[in-house]
Design a protein around this ligand. Structure first.
Ligand code: ASP
Length: 533
């Protein structure tokens, strides 16, 4: 029976350089020519017999049959010159995009063979350059030259060719490290003059911030800590704010591999306040490519550009949903309960019940760290300094739960930082017990002090912590302003106990305090640092 003709997938493999094709020259690896010739000798990359039967030209290879009814043909186009990708810049990536544009109609898909050093930047740049793409572009490379006895390049390249061959009709750019979802109508490529916009790791702590932020700089991607936080040093923020006002576009990206830029922390919010655009969960590489793209668009105002940066253009970021943007009670079971209760208000009885429940509800919200719920309760007229049935305020509950955001919010609303519950305990003591160092710092900065009652038997407690090598417990007391040299009931101090128990880390910490190596514990406003009464 005659076989049906095999559908052909024709791909362009654009070889830009990188280790995959490198050879050793005087002891170092340099980009090497002739990748197609090497691939021709490797049966996994070329079915010589089939090529001969088809009369393929010199630069075109054919993979062994990957499925009974499909063949992948690919033409290797070698760039001139070839690059170690560390030498590539946006101009080279624009050329890669232009090459794809030139050959767009001829091929079903594209594989860009690239060095791994800057592959994530390349993939990000191509995502923005190739607008309205309808064909697959896969980036690949290797850590070991493909002609070596063992090379990751063989699997990587074969996988890339198969992926581009099989999904030739779908639309995405992929490589290890970056993916995008561009759509492309041919002719939609809009390479722009690469504007000056570098990546600035905030930890680099530049001494000459002002000089750095001057023209011709047009945009800057700032790599920040955690969820988008940076130092709140007034002079640094002043410079950033002034630069943003001059029209410098600054994007805040976290250097963490996962997570998003939020305004959860005072430090993060300070950055946002300085006119900086949140990069949410964009990678720095994507942010850099997007910033170049946005700055290269003609005729946009500064606000238009910032708006474009905040939008998801190629699947590079996850913008907050409408619900996340609005304070909502519906995010937790607890919140839904409160929403339901609030919905009951109206009758006299229901209002009386609500009034009675409010302090407990507020404490529960504070303990759960549900800032939005607290904000709604406050907006409904609840007094967030009222005590619950144990005499605890929401600040007690938030301190006990280690909820720094809530503590910060309550302190801003001016609640009593030294409120005592029925047992005479303060939010500060509860935070010390929970070893919530961040909360302790906030409370101390707002003037919280330990009472004489809370310091009773402190020496014995410190010795107990030292015996258990509980450095966090000791640190918490120290951060709360306690004197760690106090001795216990038998006259021994925590240092004596730690030495006797051989708890070396604790010994080192206590000794550093004794000789003043460890930075001063922050002093509160209006009460002595140690032995407060
Ligand atoms: N330096 C090489 C490059 O990026 C590293 C590699 O390809 O793995 O071109």
């Amino acid at each position: 029976m005659a076989r049906a003709a095999e559908p052909e997938r024709r791909l362009l493999a654009l070889y830009t350089g990188g280790t995959i094709g490198m050879r050793s020259e005087r002891g170092v690896l340099v980009p090497g020519r002739g990748l197609a010739a090497i691939l021709r000798t490797l049966p996994m990359f070329h079915d010589e017999e089939h090529a001969w039967a088809c009369g393929l030209p010199e630069d075109t290879l054919v993979l062994p049959r990957s499925s009974p009814d499909q063949r992948v043909f690919y033409t290797v186009l070698e760039c001139q010159p070839l690059f170690d990708s560390s030498d590539m810049t946006i101009s080279e990536w624009v050329q890669v995009a232009q090459t794809i544009e030139r050959h767009y109609e001829q091929y079903h898909g594209f594989v860009v063979i690239h060095g791994t050093d800057t592959m994530a930047f390349a993939a990000s740049a191509l995502s923005f350059l190739l607008e309205n793409l309808q064909k697959t572009v896969v980036l690949t490379g290797a850590q070991v030259p493909i002609h070596a006895l063992w090379s990751d390049g063989r699997e990587n390249l074969l996988g890339a060719l198969l992926m581009a061959g099989q999904s030739a009709c779908s639309s995405r750019i992929s490589c290890f490290g970056a993916t995008g979802r561009p759509k492309w109508t041919p002719g939609g490529l809009r390479p722009s003059a690469p504007p000056t916009c570098p990546l600035w790791p905030l930890w680099a702590q530049m001494s000459s911030v002002r000089a750095f932020l001057q023209p011709p700089m047009k945009g800057l991607v700032m790599e920040t800590f955690g969820s988008g936080n940076g130092p709140t040093k007034p002079d640094l923020l002043r410079e950033l704010r002034a630069a943003a006002e001059r029209g410098l576009v600054i994007v805040n990206c976290t250097h963490c591999l996962q997570g998003t830029v939020t305004s959860d922390y005072a430090t993060g919010m300070a950055m946002a306040g300085a006119g900086i655009v949140s990069g949410l969960d964009m990678t720095s590489e994507a942010a850099l490519a997007k910033l170049s793209y946005v700055l290269g668009q003609p005729g946009l105002s500064l606000d238009d550009r910032k708006e474009l940066l905040a939008k998801d253009l190629r699947g590079e970021m996850t913008p907050p949903t409408a619900d996340e943007r609005r304070p909502s009670l519906l995010g937790s079971t607890w919140g839904r309960g409160v929403a339901w209760l609030l919905g009951l208000s109206g009758s006299q009885e229901a209002d009386a019940v609500l009034d009675a429940l409010m302090p407990s509800l507020a404490c529960a919200a504070a303990h759960a760290g549900d800032l939005e719920a607290l904000q709604v309760l406050a907006a409904q007229g609840s007094d967030l300094s009222l005590e619950d049935f144990r005499g605890q305020t929401p600040l007690h509950a938030a301190a006990r739960g280690g909820r720094a955001r809530v503590v910060g919010m309550l302190l801003q609303r001016g609640v009593d930082v030294n409120a005592r519950d029925e047992d005479g305990l303060s939010p500060l003591l509860l935070a010390v017990r929970g070893r919530h160092l961040g909360v302790i710092g906030l409370l101390r900065a707002a003037g919280a002090c330990l009472s004489a009652q809370e310091l009773e038997d402190l020496g014995t407690e410190l010795c107990r912590l030292a015996a258990r090598a509980d450095g966090d417990g000791l640190r918490a007391w120290w951060q709360a302003g306690a004197d760690l040299q106090r001795s216990g009931y038998d006259g021994r101090s925590a240092l004596h106990v730690a030495e006797a128990a051989g708890n070396l880390e604790v010994v080192a910490f206590l000794q550093s305090l004794a000789v003043g190596v460890t930075a001063e514990a922050p002093g509160p406003r209006g009460c002595p640092v140690t032995d407060q009464t």
